[in-house]
Each structure stands twice: as structure tokens, then as C-alpha cells.
Design a protein around this ligand. Structure first.
Ligand code: SF4
Ligand code: SF4
Length: 676
């Protein structure tokens, strides 16, 4: 089994860690939106701060260095991790007791291991890091390092290592025990290490925390090291404070951390000797090439919403976690390492973009990086095959090829324990593709003309949805035109990391829809793709739901009073910002919406993802199906062909008989038509 598949399989097998992660992030996911409502400008502000700072970073780092020196700090510019480690080692007295607070960079460059290898004793003082240190475990999250470790494990290791057999299982018991154990160490340490949330060009170091350990770490020992990447430099103290506030809002849903420390020089909130180690290690070069991944302020919010992280935890990534960490690794350590860490595992669901204080486009940049990577010939062939089969809608061929390859044992990686790629291949509806160049006149009073975007997968596999779309638009007074040339939008190609045909496809699409009439999309994925790619069509593309809601729905001929569970596709909700238009339309024709716990939202379809990573996609499909069926609806509806086939597979795996349809098919019923 290839290494990445092994990594996925191993991560998925640990269900207790998965549940602990889910419980640990659920509260934050619920808290953050309410907290952000109080600061509507914070995302655009942080994005602007980071854009400005990174655009003139070399100059800002020089300014920061000069001002730090003027404030009495020692400053070392480390070209690479080894230079940084050597600097710290050479300025640490022999056999020191070193206390350390959270620093993802220090972890990344293996500073704790280097210090311990040289005879020092290093004690992690962040509670999560301390738990990991006792367990010999790597960090599971940038902000909550012990996420994924359950309470009984923590209780057991504390009882054993603190020699306190009576420690109780309540969080307060565990925190009190850690405090009792750490306090004498904090008081007797002579050296300390911390990170920094921001460094200002005026020479201040800004740190925020909730536990109070950072303040002790920076102020009590006589020698302190601040380990900070050069990308953390910002222009002003006000900006540094905005960054830490954003980290708190997005990271834990709290207005501010409990403690904010500003180090303005040794002896002022810090010990007498403070060394600031400004680590480049390829950052300046990488930022010149692709700055956006370095807008990251390490709040961990993207991990809290990422469906891949939810399933795989720290196995989604390497030294750096999640989609953002893998992109940084690509730029700092190369494509091979990033690929091994899971570059291809990103679903492209876009959930992390609105969840990020810097609005980093992780899925978009990931696709670009994938496209720039030289891939192995067999992988390239496999992708081209998938793309060809799917984008041409050659369903019969696809099913035959998958079945034959299973019988011959050729593609074993796709066929494990009933979680085969072919399980995701849809049963097409019986409708023939909509004729190219056709026009369907409005009924009941003309309100205008629209184009219907036929696409490839929708047209070949789900033409019945097109029929329903045409019928509903006609009933609502719109003439519907079908282009003479049907072309794929290019989304599948982009997701597979193959950008070459995109300009060609975009040009073909532009030529296929002359005039100014709106282009109606009933596939969320295609709609998102065309809206997000510059071109003459961009402004005319409308999702069917937003179009109908704005136009105003005509009253249906026979309202339907049934219960529907609706899954909002990631490419509608996160990529197009359409939260509730389909639900509103369903309610308008009589349907009652059954509440659904969105859980990790993505159903796991994501282009060819369910064919490339069927085990992970299968897990997501089943969880989605469990959520959707929990309220025992009469029918399940969604708005994207990929989601449709994925959820149908999930429902079938639960032995469910429930129909899974496109929401427009339910609207058609209300106008007197039948579902295909
Ligand atoms: S796009 Fe989705 S899968 Fe990819 S990193 Fe973002 S949240 Fe995770
Ligand atoms: S990418 Fe954005 S959301 Fe994720 S850790 Fe960085 S700043 Fe936070």
C-alpha cells in the first residue's frame, strides 16, 4: 500500500482520537461565529495588515532588528533552523533547567530535542504541550496541542508521573495537578524559550495566552529566547494587537486572550537577558514567490473546520499541520515532502477560507501548487484517465473499467473491504442528455430568457435534473436556452492539479453563451468554479437558487407537505456564500426542513476525490448520511451532482432506502411534474 494510503488508513482507525477531536472543536465552532459578529471588520483588517507587511518584509525585518537592538535585546538572524539551534545552544549555560511556552516554530525546528540532547532539561509549560511531553506524543493542533488525547489517558499519566494517585478526572482536577507540578519548575528555571504572535517594526514583541504560563516563562528566568519566524513582523504595535486579537477570536471564540504580554526590552516584563532569534529558513524567498500561506497567524481555526483534519488529526500534515501547513512545507521544503504530508488530501471544500482571519485561499493555492509539481507518470496517467472518464460523462465505460480492474486485481488500492471506487459511481437517471441548441419557451407570462449551463457530469448522468430545472424556470416565466456546444467548466481538471486545459475550456464556454442573458447553474461545483475564475461569463453566472429567490417564485400548483433534510454543498455555502436560498425555496413550496447537524459539512465527494481516496471519502459519506437521516425525513435534497452520488452511496451503506435528490426536482413536483 502506498505510504499516503497507509497514513490515511492508520489515522482513520483511531476512532477515540477522532471523537475527542470532534468534541474538542465543536464548542469552538459554535462560539466563533457569535464572537466574530462583534468584530465585522477584523478579517479584512488582518488580511490588509499581513498583505502590507509581507509586501515589504525584508525592509520591515531590518527595521525590527535595529529597534530590538536599540531596546537592549540581543538579536540573531538565523538563515536556517540549524543556525537557530546552534545559537540557542551556544548561549545556554550547561545543564540548564529550561522552561518553554508554546512555540510551533521551535517544535518544527526540533529545538527541544536539540537542547535535551545537549544535557539540558526542558519542561513544556503549556498544559497541552506538557501532556504531550509526558506521553511522548507529537502535537495534535497548533493551539490545542493535546487535542485528540482523552481525559482518562491524561489522568493516568498525571497520576503516574506526578506520583499523585488521587488525581480526579475533572478538568479542574487535572489543571490544578499540572499547576502544582509546574510551579516549582517555573520558579527554579534559569533559561526559557517562547515564540511570539507578532514582532513590530518598532521593536516590540507581542504574545497572547490564556494560561498565564507565557508571562512566567518570559519574565522569571534570567535568560530568555524568543524564537520567531520573520513572517511575523508587522508594521505597528496596533497591528500586532489586532493580530493577537484575531488569533483569539478565530482560534477560541474569545474577544481577547486572558493575558497579553508586550516585551519592550529586557528587564521590562522580561528577564535581564533576552535573545530574539529571527528565523528565515527559506521564508523570505518563499514569500517572494507565494506570500499568501505566510499570512497565517497560527490561530488553528482552519483545523477546527477542516473535514480532513477532523478525520485524520495530526496525520493530515507533517511538521506543519493541515492544508495551510502542507502549503508552507511545499514552499519551504519542497513538493516531495508536501506530497508525502498529504498535499492531495485537501478536498477543496473551501470551508477554511471564511474561517481564516487572513482569508487564506488554501484550496486555490493548493491546486496551483499541485499543478506546478512534477508528478510520477503513473499518477499522471491515473488522473488523466479519471478526468477523461468523468468529464466526458462516459459512465458505462467508467463502470466497466472499475469492475474489470477489480476482477483482475489491477487497482487494489481502489477496492478495499467494500469501500471501492466503483461504489461511488452513480446510477444515472434514465433521461437522455438535453439536446444542444434547444430552446424551451416560458409558460404563464414571459419574465425573460436565461441560459442553462449543461456541464458534463450533470448532462451525461443527471439530465433529469436539467429537465426539472427547465420545467421550474418555464413555470416561473423564463425561456430557457441550451448552448449549441456543451463544455466542461474545468473544475475537475483544476482539482486534479491540471491547469493546462483551463484557458481553453474557459474560452470555449465564453463562446457558447453569446449575449447578456444570465447563465443558470444547477451544479454548485461548476457554479463556484465559473464564478471564481475571471472571464466574460463570470458576472453572468447565477446559481439556480439565488436566481429564483431574487426573481420571486410563482405559487406552486400543488404544494407538497413533506419533510426534507437538506445538505448544503460546500461549493454553494462556502465558495458562493449562498447559505439558505434552496432551503427558502423548498419551504416556499410547502416542504418542512428537518434540522441537520452539519457536522464537518463536506460529504467527501470533491471531484475525483472519492475515486482517489475512497476510504476517507467513504467515512465522510457515511457520517453525512447518518446526520441527514437522523431526523427521519421523507427525502434528502442537495444541490450538486457530486454530493448527490456521494450521499446516495452513504445512505445505501446504512441500508437506507431514502431518496436523495436535487432540490429542484422537489420544486418540479410542486409544479405538477414528477421526479426523475
Ligand atoms: S479546503 Fe477543505 S479540506 Fe482543504 S484544507 Fe480547507 S477545509 Fe480542509
Ligand atoms: S491558515 Fe488562517 S485559520 Fe489557519 S491557522 Fe493560519 S491564520 Fe488560522
Amino acid at each position: 500500500m502506498p505510504e499516503l494510503d497507509q497514513k490515511v488508513a492508520q489515522a482513520l482507525s483511531d476512532m477515540s482520537a477522532r471523537e475527542a477531536r470532534r468534541d474538542g472543536t465543536r464548542g469552538i465552532r459554535e462560539r466563533v461565529p457569535a464572537a466574530l459578529e462583534r468584530y465585522p471588520e477584523i478579517q479584512s483588517r488582518v488580511r490588509a495588515i499581513k498583505e502590507r507587511a509581507l509586501a515589504r518584509l525584508p525592509e520591515l525585518v531590518n527595521e525590527a532588528e535595529n529597534h530590538l537592538l536599540a531596546h537592549g535585546f540581543h538579536v540573531f538572524r538565523a538563515d536556517d533552523a540549524e543556525a537557530a539551534r546552534q545559537y540557542v545552544l551556544s548561549h545556554t549555560p550547561p545543564e540548564s533547567l529550561i522552561i518553554k511556552s508554546k512555540s510551533n516554530l521551535a517544535k518544527e525546528m526540533h529545538l527541544p530535542e536539540a537542547l535535551e540532547a545537549h544535557g539540558h532539561r526542558l519542561v513544556e509549560t503549556d498544559l497541552g504541550d506538557h501532556i504531550n511531553q509526558l506521553l511522548g506524543r507529537r502535537s495534535g493542533h497548533v493551539l490545542m496541542p493535546a487535542l485528540g488525547v482523552d481525559i482518562p489517558t491524561i489522568q493516568h499519566v498525571f497520576r503516574e508521573r506526578f506520583d499523585e494517585p488521587e488525581i480526579g478526572p475533572e478538568p479542574t482536577d487535572l489543571v490544578q495537578a499540572a499547576r502544582r507540578h509546574l510551579r516549582p519548575l517555573l520558579e527554579s528555571a534559569t533559561v526559557s524559550v517562547s515564540g511570539a504572535n507578532a514582532v513590530t517594526a518598532a521593536g516590540e514583541i507581542v504574545l497572547m495566552e490564556n494560561e498565564g504560563n507565557i508571562r512566567a516563562v518570559t519574565s522569571l528566568p534570567s535568560i530568555h529566547f524568543v524564537i520567531v519566524g520573520v513572517h511575523k513582523v508587522v508594521e505597528t504595535l496596533e497591528e500586532g494587537l489586532a493580530v493577537v486579537q484575531a488569533a483569539s477570536l478565530y482560534g477560541i471564540g474569545q474577544d481577547l486572550g486572558n493575558y497579553c504580554t508586550i516585551l519592550a526590552g529586557p528587564g521590562r516584563d522580561a528577564g535581564p537577558e533576552v535573545h530574539v532569534v529571527l528565523v528565515d529558513d527559506g521564508r523570505l524567498k518563499a514569500i517572494a514567490q507565494e506570500p499568501e500561506p505566510f499570512y497565517c497567524i497560527n490561530c488553528g481555526s482552519c483545523l477546527n473546520v477542516c473535514p480532513v483534519y477532523a478525520e485524520m488529526g495530526e496525520s493530515y500534515g507533517g511538521e506543519r499541520l493541515g492544508g495551510i501547513g502542507i502549503m508552507q512545507t511545499f514552499l519551504l521544503d519542497g513538493a516531495e515532502q508536501a506530497t508525502a504530508d498529504g498535499l492531495d488530501l485537501c478536498l477543496g471544500c473551501q470551508r477554511c477560507i471564511p474561517a481564516c482571519p487572513s482569508a487564506i485561499d488554501t484550496p486555490g493555492i493548493t491546486n496551483r501548487l499541485k499543478a506546478s509539481r512534477a508528478i510520477k507518470p503513473h499518477a499522471a496517467m491515473r488522473r488523466r484517465f479519471l478526468r477523461l472518464v468523468l468529464s466526458r460523462g462516459e459512465l458505462t465505460l467508467a463502470r466497466a473499467v472499475f469492475r474489470t480492474s477489480a476482477q483482475l486485481g489491477i487497482s487494489r488500492r481502489w477496492h478495499r473491504r467494500g469501500q471501492r471506487a466503483e461504489d461511488f459511481i452513480p446510477v444515472p437517471d434514465r433521461t437522455r442528455p438535453i439536446p444542444a441548441g434547444a430552446s424551451f419557451p416560458a409558460i404563464h407570462g414571459a419574465r425573460g430568457t436565461v441560459w442553462l449551463y449543461p456541464g458534463c457530469v450533470m448532462d451525461a448522468w443527471y439530465a433529469g435534473i436539467h429537465e426539472a430545472t427547465i420545467a421550474v424556470l418555464m413555470q416561473n416565466g423564463f425561456t430557457v436556452r441550451i448552448p449549441a456546444t456543451k463544455t466542461c467548466c474545468g473544475a475537475l481538471h483544476a482539482h486534479a492539479g491540471e491547469p493546462d486545459p483551463l484557458p481553453e475550456l474557459l474560452a470555449k464556454n465564453a463562446a457558447a453563451f453569446p449575449g447578456e442573458d444570465p447563465i443558470i447553474m444547477n451544479s454548485a461545483g461548476c457554479g463556484a468554479f465559473l464564478k471564481q475564475h475571471e472571464g466574460p461569463l463570470q458576472a453572468r453566472v447565477r446559481d439556480l437558487s439565488e436566481f429564483l429567490l431574487e426573481a420571486g417564485l410563482k405559487p406552486p400548483s400543488r404544494p407538497i407537505h413533506r419533510r426534507v433534510a437538506y445538505h448544503n454543498p460546500c461549493h454553494l455555502r462556502f465558495a458562493q456564500g449562498i447559505h439558505d436560498a434552496p432551503q427558502a425555496l423548498l419551504q416556499a413550496v410547502g416542504y418542512a426542513l428537518v434540522p441537520v447537524d452539519e457536522r464537518e459539512a463536506c460529504c467527501g465527494s470533491a471531484g475525483t476525490y472519492n475515486l482517489e481516496f475512497p476510504t476517507l471519502a467513504w467515512r465522510l459519506a457515511r457520517e453525512k448520511a447518518e446526520d441527514l437521516t437522523q431526523g427521519q425525513p421523507d427525502v434528502i435534497a442537495t444541490a450538486n451532482p457530486g454530493c448527490l452520488m456521494q450521499i446516495r452511496a452513504g445512505v445505501e451503506s446504512l441500508d437506507g432506502q431514502m431518496a436523495v435528490v436535487h432540490w429542484v426536482e422537489l420544486l418540479r413536483e410542486a409544479y405538477g411534474g414528477v421526479r426523475s
